[in-house]
Design a protein around this ligand. Structure first.
Ligand code: NAP
Length: 309
């Protein structure tokens, strides 16, 4: 199940909230969005990064500092007040603490599940609530981009809390899509009135599932870890490119709302290892409405020598 009829998304003049914009993937996605005419509102505890400073100075981007786990509501209220809200939500901020499960302390597990799962859900909910409160003056929720992880599909020993949170986010994405479908096709006018204007929005909700990325996240996370993550990593530019193409939704990228970026994956038909970086377009299973990873359609995007060893 894919969406062959979708048109490319016009980014010009849109506002985009990018969480975790101070470094890594979020910084690069922010830069690309600004270059496409989007007003980026970055957020993180530290920052903004130097690469965004000139855009902030000329008014093409802005920045909100804060801990999203504790101050998400305040940050979104300020964006509503100052920028009239945002059409595009890039849920990217994430925490990652690979280790043997018995080595993870309770606080780390709770924090990781908080930032990677609870916080994005609270931000998404607040986005809809502010739209209801400010309609017809606020910007409409049009596109939510959730940076999940390939660990939603591949089990691995070092990331129990992380993969629980990221898989939970992928399940939440499926639930949000299903809620939209229900509101569009089955909910009564009384229920929709009670919910408010957000009952009539049809936000495209996409999920990106990257393999290891050479952003520094893994290196930093492993400094105090007994468990070592192995294998090559994707260059950040390659993942950013896939995210931008998914956002714009041209061609095959418009047909699928679930896209993985894989390092040396196995061919699902032959089981043979394929060398290099591959996109995996993941269709939805028609019975469960969840991504059917077994039915993935692979497309090679880089040779093995482009990977970071
Ligand atoms: N790197 C990988 O191998 C990999 C693979 C698959 C998926 N991903 C996912 O990709 C996303 C981006 O990862 P990355 O590799 O770019 O990580 P990164 O370089 O560590 O960047 C993480 C960003 O999140 C922000 N952040 C962390 N905690 C925050 C908090 N409590 N409140 C607000 N902002 C916070 C950080 O800024 P501050 O520290 O300034 O707050 C930073 O801007 C994450 O969701 C990650 O799980 C990464």
């Amino acid at each position: 199940m894919s969406n062959p009829e979708r048109e490319s998304y016009d980014l010009e003049g849109k506002n985009a909230l990018v969480t975790g914009a101070s470094k890594g993937l979020g910084e690069q996605i922010s830069r690309e969005l600004v270059d496409k005419g989007v007003h980026v509102i970055g957020t993180s505890r530290s920052g903004p990064p130097e690469s965004l400073q000139p855009d902030i100075e000329r008014g093409a981007a802005s920045y909100e500092l804060g801990d999203l786990s504790a101050e998400g509501d305040r940050i979104l209220e300020r964006i509503q007040e100052q920028q009239g809200g945002f059409e595009v939500f890039v849920n990217n901020a994430g925490a990652f603490s690979p280790d043997y499960f018995s080595q993870l302390d309770a606080d780390t597990i709770a924090k990781e599940i908080g930032l990677d799962l609870v916080t994005p859900l609270l931000l998404h909910r607040k986005w809809l609530e502010l739209y209801n409160q400010n309609h017809p003056n606020g910007r409409k929720p049009e596109l939510a981009v959730n940076i999940c992880s390939i660990s939603s599909f591949y089990a691995w020993p070092g990331g129990t809390a992380y993969q629980a949170a990221k898989s939970g986010m992928a399940a939440a994405v499926a639930g949000l899509r299903s809620m939209e479908r229900y509101l569009a096709t089955e909910a009564s006018p009384e229920v929709k009135r009670e919910i408010g204007p957000s009952a009539d929005v049809s936000t495209r909700i996409v999920a990106i599932y990257p393999d290891n990325i050479a952003t520094g996240l893994i290196g930093r996370a492993q400094e105090s870890s007994l468990y070592q993550v192995r294998g090559a990593a994707l260059p950040t530019e390659l993942v950013t490119d896939a995210v931008m193409k998914t956002i714009e939704g041209a061609g095959t990228f418009g047909e699928y709302d679930d896209v993985a970026i894989l390092v040396n994956p196995k061919d699902p038909k032959t089981g043979r290892e394929l060398k290099g970086a591959y996109l995996a377009f993941i269709p939805l299973d028609s019975e469960t409405s969840r991504p059917d990873f077994g039915a993935r359609v692979l497309e090679k995007v880089a040779d093995e020598d482009a990977l970071v060893q």
